[in-house]
Design a protein around this ligand. Structure first.
Ligand SMILES: [Zn+2]
Length: 156
């Protein structure tokens, strides 16, 4: 498991586009933005639908499970908060229950709780919630939750 993220060294300030998302993570719910006009879903939240330009937006609550679609390994901390955490894996996760109208899955990014040697593309993952030093800020992390056939890893 990677080292801890030192949340005392970063300030997470929910803004107009993310405040509801942060309220949900505090309740251990994982949301993605959803357009009320065309149904398009995306993450991270931003203020207009990039499919139909609508600003009439809502949220889609996912079960917080998916499949690791890809990943990178961060070895250089760009913020002091991550000095003890490197190396850590940032995953691109295809959510199990979050589909676009054409059937394609919605992908979200997240910091994994697993070490690089335990991570492989194709493995199932699930979200876990990490309380920070700020009472109102809970950060979702992702963790390998099982096994799969035909997984794939990047070569060093
Ligand atoms: Zn739309």
């Amino acid at each position: 498991m990677p080292g801890p993220i030192d949340y005392s060294k970063i300030t997470i300030t929910p803004d107009f586009d993310t405040v509801e998302w942060w309220m949900a993570t505090k309740e251990h719910k994982y949301l993605v933005r959803q357009c009320k006009d065309c149904g398009h879903k995306w993450f991270p939240p931003f203020p207009a639908c990039n499919t139909c330009n609508s600003m009439d937006l809502g949220w889609f609550e996912t079960a917080g499970t998916g499949v690791l679609h890809s990943y990178i390994v961060v070895t250089q901390p760009i913020l002091g908060a991550f000095v003890e955490a490197v190396p850590y894996v940032v995953g691109l996760i295809e959510l199990d229950d979050c589909h676009e109208a054409d059937g394609s899955l919605v992908r979200v990014g997240g910091v994994m709780l697993d070490d690089e040697e335990d991570v492989a593309i194709g493995l199932p993952v699930s979200v876990e919630y990490e309380q920070t030093n700020e009472a109102n800020i809970v950060v979702p992390r992702w963790k390998i939750s099982g096994t799969a056939e035909n997984t794939w890893k990047f070569n060093e």
